[in-house]
Structures are given as C-alpha cells and as structure tokens.
Write a protein that binds this ligand. Sequence first.
Ligand SMILES: Cc1cc2nc3c(=O)[nH]c(=O)nc-3n(C[C@H](O)[C@H](O)[C@H](O)COP(=O)(O)O)c2cc1C
Length: 226
Amino acid sequence: MDAMEVMGRRHSVRAYIDSPLEGAALDGLRSAMEAANAAGGLTMELILDDGSAFDSMLGRYGKFSGVRNLVVVKGPKSRGLRGRAGYWGERLVLDATELGLGTCWVAGTYSKKGIRVGPGEELVCVITVGRAERPGKPHASKPMGKFIAGRGGDHPSWFISGVEAAMLAPTAMNQQKFAFARSGDVVDARVSGPGFYADLDLGIAACHFELGAGAGNFAWKESPAG
Ligand SMILES: Cc1cc2nc3c(=O)[nH]c(=O)nc-3n(C[C@H](O)[C@H](O)[C@H](O)COP(=O)(O)O)c2cc1C
C-alpha cells in the first residue's frame, strides 16, 4: 500500500473487538516493533490479552472499550527520547494500519499502575492495538498555512506533500501545534510550546512529513528520528 494511503486510513480507534491478536497480524506487529526498536534505540514491548490499564476510571473516561493489547512505548532515559518515541512509534502505528489493525496513542487516559519499565528506562505512553469494532474517523485539521513556518513563497511539491502527510498525523488532543520551515532542501520541524506532548507530537508529525515528502528529497536540520 502507498504510504499516503496508509496515513489517510489511520484514525484513532477506541472501540475494539474483544479478541486475541494472533497469526499474521501478530507476527507482523512483532517484527515491525523489533525493527522500530532497533532503529530508534527504544525498548517498546507488547502486552497481549491484558486490558487492565483501561479498566480503570481513566480508561472509561477516555471512552475506550474492548482494549486487550497494548504497545508500551518506552526507552532508556535520554535527551530526545520523546521525539524518537513519536517518530518510531508512529512507524509502528502505520505498519499496524497496513496489517489491518486499529490503533490509538494514549498518554493520558490509562492507568500506569500495572505497567513495568526496566531500570534506567522511561515510560513514554502506550498505543492500543487490535481489531476495530468501530472504525475511527478523519480528524478536523487546521488549514495548511498554519503548518508552514518561515518565509512564504513557492514551495516544491515534495514539501507540500510532506505537509499534507503531517496534517494526517495524530496529535495529543488534536492540537496540531507543529510546523515546518524550509530553506532549500533543508527542513526544520518545530513545535510551539513546551510540555510532555509537544516532542512526541513533533516526532509523529515528522514521521508523516518524511513519508509524504520522500526521504531522498530533503535533509532534516535536526532529525527527530535520532
Ligand atoms: C501523544 C498523543 C497522546 C494521546 N493521548 C490520548 C489519550 O490519552 N486519550 C485519548 O482518548 N486519545 C489520545 N490521543 C489520540 C488523539 O486524541 C488523536 O490522535 C487526535 O484527536 C486526532 O485524531 P486521529 O488520531 O483519529 O487522527 C493521543 C494522541 C497522541 C498523538
């Protein structure tokens, strides 16, 4: 499937069919996770058949149902962890989408109580994964101009495709606070405002931008992928 098509198909899924993940979908998810961990220096783990993190009041507040499987997004404590987690976690989300699975990034509305991380590791967030009972739907988006920083002018088509792809990216509370500035073929990804979610959102948006623009067409000023 074309990357743009996969990004267009991905929407947050919060209602899952309460059935185990198995067969080709599980194998595909595992190998995509291993590849993302290796490339991003992460230690993401799959929790299967245990939706207890969503049985709490917080999970219900987030309107999740039938959650049985999670990816725990985590890695060694380090500078840039959240950006890398966003970038490589979203690669995994898109691979899961291609495998026919629904996903949702969740940083707030779950219980962290039963989730373990190793010594020196930091828990970033989780991603729910499974067969969708109710498909998600496209999010409302700010207009394209809001995502282009710096001087205006004629941008090459790869840059516009990158921005279009980023507009499809999930962001915490659909805030979409990221923007891209271009100087020749060097792109600077920026996010307004500090905070826990900002770097994660930027990594996710950068992943989409790169897939939309084509990695060979530009260089990052500072790569969010690590
Ligand atoms: C970093 C991050 C954290 C999120 N945390 C939550 C959450 O705690 N609860 C929830 O229901 N959705 C959460 N979401 C999902 C967003 O609400 C969703 O991505 C956004 O509204 C856009 O919708 P879409 O993913 O369907 O395109 C999170 C998304 C991201 C990227």
